[in-house]
Design a protein around this ligand. Structure first.
Ligand SMILES: *Cc1c(COP(=O)(O)O)cnc(C)c1O
Length: 398
């Protein structure tokens, strides 16, 4: 392995697991030796309909036959259709398509600044984000990200971002200045350790946005598309963001991102203000349409709520009293097992036993199963996790 990776022609930007996956179907994956895995991480919340979902595959294949790309200089019916579907299931009125989460957040940041500068004429540009947040890896979005390790070595960073403590409702107003144009946050800080926003905190964010005329931006890139048991996680809080962003599960594995916003923001993003060559190609938007239709038909956000509750109950039963486990928490099928120690070794052993899960920060084991996962599959995965963890705690005690 070491030799192979030294010879790799890739930049070593990823610390990869020692597994090479070559085939997938539903919640199952197979590696290059034929070993079968139960996938409880869905390519980081991307393959939410499982691997090779039939309905998406059918639509993609049909679109591959018809047309791949024409440029946004032309009308693209699939874009109109997907935008209509997304605005029908959300509080948004307009959609901009791009190719990734970072790009969706870039669009949100640009739109917030431009709305304040060109439409309102306030000249404001500062965006409040939160510590331990994750918003992407481009220069602006890594600056929006409230984690030093993501920013290290990339100075100078773009101006205009300030970091407030997450879930601290009383501290927040102290971060608003006459330059602030928006507050941007995740309803669940997923990369940051599956930290769920508290209702009072979110209410205060929304209240301050109204009071100071700030745009409320919610990053739904990981939490959107039914993952948390609602179409979008902000619905759990009864708020309506001015802008929210999607990517990950939107194309079931085909790359696509989207920035969605309220009617009043259309004026700020006129012709020539923003764009993307590949944004919303006929193929990417075909994947998006089939994904949304599958979620609608199967009522999969409701299923995620039910399965998430089942998984969390089972995990709590199995891990109750375990000396390493601090807390099992989650929203729908975005679930974290917070431990008192780093989980890298435990994760490797769970993988060896044929179950794929991922960490969220050093101490949290994160589960992101397909929204179509069955109770039997969850039972199977949870049995492996608790068996591995039981062995681990004995090793530590010795
Ligand atoms: C994954 C993620 C991003 C970045 O998405 P990319 O497609 O990797 O650019 C941004 N925000 C959140 C909350 C994410 O989970």
């Amino acid at each position: 392995m070491g030799e192979a990776s030294n010879k790799s022609s890739l930049f070593p930007t990823y610390a990869r697991y020692p597994i090479t996956l070559v085939k997938g179907e539903g919640s199952r994956l197979w590696d290059d030796t034929g070993k079968c895995y139960l996938d409880l991480m869905s390519g980081l919340a991307v393959t939410s309909l499982g691997h090779s979902p039939a309905q998406v595959k059918k639509k993609l294949v049909a679109q591959l036959d018809d047309l791949w790309h024409v440029s946004n200089l032309f009308h693209i019916p699939n874009q109109e259709k997907l935008a209509k579907l997304l605005t029908d299931v959300s509080c948004a009125d307009a959609v901009f398509f791009c190719n990734s989460g970072a790009e969706a957040n870039e669009a949100a940041i640009k739109l917030a600044r431009r709305y304040h500068q060109k439409v309102l004429g306030t000249g404001r540009y500062e965006i409040i984000t939160f510590r331990q947040s994750f918003h992407g890896r481009t220069l602006a979005t890594l600056t929006a990200t409230g984690q030093e390790k993501v920013q290290e070595g990339f100075q100078p960073l773009p101006q205009g971002f300030v970091y407030a403590p997450f879930n601290d409702a009383s501290a927040l107003s102290g971060y608003i200045t006459d330059k602030t144009c928006a507050i941007m946050l995740e309803m669940v800080q997923a990369e940051g350790g599956v930290r769920i926003a508290e209702p009072e905190f979110v209410q205060e964010v929304a209240r301050l946005c109204k009071e100071h005329n700030l745009l409320l931006i919610v990053d739904e890139i990981q939490t959107g598309m039914g993952r948390t048991g609602k179409w979008f996680a902000h619905e759990h809080y009864g708020i309506e963001p001015d802008i929210f962003t999607l990517a990950k599960a939107l194309g079931s594995g085909f790359p696509i991102g989207a920035m969605l916003g309220k009617e009043k923001l259309k004026e700020a993003f006129g012709a020539g203000s923003h764009g993307s060559t590949f944004g919303g190609t006929p193929i990417a938007t075909a994947a998006g349409i089939a994904t949304v239709e599958t979620l609608l038909e199967g009522k999969l956000s409701e299923r995620a709520a039910e399965m998430g509750q089942y998984a969390m109950n089972r995990l709590r039963e199995e891990l109750n009293g375990h000396p390493l486990v601090k807390e099992v928490r989650g929203l729908g099928l975005l679930i974290g097992i917070e431990c008192h120690e780093p989980v890298a070794d435990i994760l490797a052993k769970i993988h060896e036993q044929g179950v794929l899960v991922v960490s969220a920060g050093p101490n949290v084991i994160r589960l992101l199963p397909s929204l179509l996962v069955t109770k039997e599959e969850l039972d199977e995965g949870i049995a492996v996790i608790s068996k591995v963890m039981a062995g681990y705690s004995l090793a530590v005690k010795e």
